[in-house]
Design a protein around this ligand. Structure first.
Ligand code: 6R9
Length: 642
């Protein structure tokens, strides 16, 4: 197959082959894995599932009532037991599960045994606060060990968690708490960001003025900032943990019980609660983590993604811990106190596997190679990329200046909805091409199809779809199965539509081109144009708004907004500033528009649809595409002459 060195590639000059010595020791070295997983994907996934700890094995691998799937039907397990308890029997109990460094430089090491104790205690704290199996717990925390502990404690007692990224605003938090009807919120007083304490508890307080479901708030003391504690509602983590019992029997969960909900932006204003279940999700993330990162017992694995995103869930918590890995967790920013902080950490902790995002790599490129060059990165043996298409220049820079031309790069395409990686090279097998996520993972049926759902020919572009169910797939949109069907399963008959466009090259390699729907990918984070638009029109000065993603050198895409103002309101630089902070307040800093352009009218079709395509051309300074359906050409003139 393609791992043969004599295989001819149509684009030979761009091909990077796995190093022979790496391949010889790789976890996956037999290319026939693709064939047999392809012939019997249910059998393949069942074999992967058997590597987990089950109280009871399943009666049936897959129950598929399209588009609703159940995997490992009748199987019983607990995700926390798989991530923690099962490593306690042998020597691994004294292995570091988490090595943490905070932004100020504080360090914590938790062995698997330590993790077991802390998780069990916190599970008891949650129970004591009234959390029972099935109750949702919202976690709004920075990257500290207590966030991992809180997630695993929820999993232990069968309480689905819902993480909300710490950069989200009080209002975004409120909406997510209300949609999930969370009973308890776990947060911190504040978090460290470039030497400053950024309040989190304050946002929780603001959110909770409009959340009736929340009964208790647990506050981890992180920065020591002064916070308000509501009597009868708010408790300190450190206080509760003091006397919590160390034994907590895990709940025996059904394979299909919800493990967590995670909100993600879609094409309409309201974020979707993506539902992941226990058995299939854990199977998917554990298997892919082991195979993609070629995990060995003595690796130190670092995933820079925040725990509030799916990458943090799957490849910082569940996948690596289920595999008994040593996970490095870092709270801070890459440029604080210096621009070599990441490389300093790799040198200091001898990190071997490093997983980050293209947006970070482009930033490192901009800062220059002297920062990594000054550090010993010889411990690294594999690099990963996730979150957005990686441009070939960034890939080559990563390969040369971080991997020092020794480390394979796994460019991993996947989504919150897919739960685990769907398209990526296997590091010991797959020759890579800079910028291509290469090919579907074993047992996964990804294809690129045209408007009619027919596979595109080699060299052509189309829509990225998934044709068969997979264990870690989302099961539904929380409380909205219709939206699940409409969003993902209605575009093409019997196929899951990813929302991404892709090209398949002459060698069959997949090149993901980015979103083809109304989702903007800013620094690897998804933002719905509709969310930003509705935030803008809520502002008293704005009559109408259209938001697009335009190409941005560092962020991949940036939010660009076009607005028309209400009668009598004049455009001014202060208003632009005010609108930007209004969006940040409504959604979070990530969604803050890069620029806001004021127009007297937005370009629309004769049927009244805003022509975002033209706005994109304007924002990117391109020659305008087809304008024949435009209702009033004068509108464009004004926008162009800005
Ligand atoms: C894991 C994650 C999903 C969207 C996805 C796509 C983009 C992610 C990518 C990639 C090209 C990669 N994306 N990884 N595009 N190459 N390796 O990022 O999940 O936050 O849900 O975003 O991100 O557009 O559809 P999520």
């Amino acid at each position: 197959m393609f791992n043969q060195r004599n295989l001819a590639f149509a684009t030979e000059e761009q091909v990077y082959y796995p190093d022979v010595s790496f391949s010889a020791r790789a976890n996956v070295r037999d290319a026939r894995i693709y064939d047999w997983a392809g012939m019997d994907y249910e059998g393949f996934w069942a074999e992967e599932a058997k590597k987990l700890h089950w109280y009871k094995t399943w009666d049936k691998v897959l129950e598929w009532q399209s588009p609703f799937a159940q995997w490992f039907v009748g199987g019983k397990l607990n995700a926390c037991v798989n991530c923690v308890d099962r490593h306690l029997d042998g020597w691994r109990r004294n292995k570091a599960a988490i090595i943490f460094e905070g932004e100020p430089g504080d360090q914590v090491v938790l062995t698997y045994q330590d993790l077991h104790r802390e998780v069990s205690k916190f599970a008891n704290v949650l129970k004591n606060l009234g959390v029972a199996k099935g109750d949702v717990v919202t976690i709004y925390m920075p990257m500290i060990p207590e966030a991992v502990i809180a997630m695993l404690a929820c999993a232990r007692i069968g309480a689905p968690h819902s993480l909300v990224f710490g950069g989200f605003s009080a209002e975004a938090l409120r909406d997510r708490i209300n949609d999930a009807e969370a009973k308890v919120v776990v947060t911190t007083d504040a978090c460290w960001r470039r030497g400053k304490a950024i309040p989190l508890k304050q946002n929780v307080d603001a959110a909770l003025t409009q959340c009736s479901s929340v009964e208790k708030v647990v506050v981890v003391q992180r920065t020591g900032s002064e916070v308000y504690m509501e009597p009868g509602r708010d408790v300190w983590y450190q206080e509760e943990m003091k006397n919590a019992p160390v034994v907590c029997q895990p709940e025996i969960m059904d394979a299909e019980d919800t493990l967590f909900i995670l909100y993600t932006s879609g094409t309409t204003g309201k974020p979707k609660g993506i539902v992941h279940t226990t058995g299939g999700y854990l199977t998917g993330v554990t298997s892919t983590h082991r195979n993609l990162f070629d995990l060995k017992e003595d690796d130190v694995y670092w995933c820079t993604a925040d725990i509030g995103w799916i990458t943090g869930h799957s490849y910082l918590v569940y996948g690596p811990l289920a595999n008994g890995a040593t996970v490095f967790v870092f709270e801070g920013a890459p440029d604080y106190p210096e621009r070599d902080r990441f490389w300093e950490l790799i040198e200091k902790y001898r990190v071997t596997l490093f997983y980050t995002a293209p947006t970070a790599i482009r930033l490192f490129m901009k800062w220059g190679e002297s920062y990594p060059a000054g550090r010993d990165l010889s411990s690294l043996r594999l690099l990963g990329s996730v979150g957005e298409p990686i441009n070939p220049e960034a890939w080559l820079w990563y390969h040369k200046h971080i991997g020092r031309e020794r480390c394979p790069i796994v460019d991993t395409w996947w989504q919150t909805e897919t739960g685990s990686v769907m398209v990526a090279p296997l590091p010991g097998l797959t020759p890579t091409k800079p910028g291509s996520a290469t090919m579907p993972m074993p047992g996964v049926s990804v294809d690129v199809v045209d408007e009619l759902g027919e596979p595109v020919k080699a060299g052509e572009s189309g829509y990225l779809v998934i044709k068969k169910p997979w264990p870690s797939m989302l099961r539904t949109v929380y409380k909205d199965p219709t939206r699940y069907v409409d969003t993902y399963w209605s575009r093409f008959e019997g196929m899951y539509f990813t929302g991404d466009g892709a090209r398949r090259d002459e060698d069959g390699y997949i090149w993901v081109l980015g979103r083809v729907d109304d989702v903007i990918n800013v620094s690897g984070h998804r933002i719905g144009t509709a969310e930003v638009e509705s935030a803008l029109v809520e502002h008293p000065a704005v009559a109408e708004a259209a938001v697009i993603g335009r190409t941005h050198e560092l962020k991949g895409q940036a939010v660009s907004a076009f607005v028309t103002l209400r009668e009598g309101i004049a455009w001014a630089p202060e208003l632009e500033k005010d609108l930007k902070s209004h969006v940040a307040k409504k959604i979070g800093g990530l969604a803050r528009p890069e620029e806001i352009i004021c127009a007297w009218e937005l370009p629309k079709t004769r049927s009244g649809k805003i022509m975002r395509r033209l706005l994109k051309d304007i924002a990117e300074g391109r020659v305008l595409g087809d304008t024949s359906t435009l209702a009033d050409p004068a509108v464009l003139k004004q926008l162009m002459s800005r």
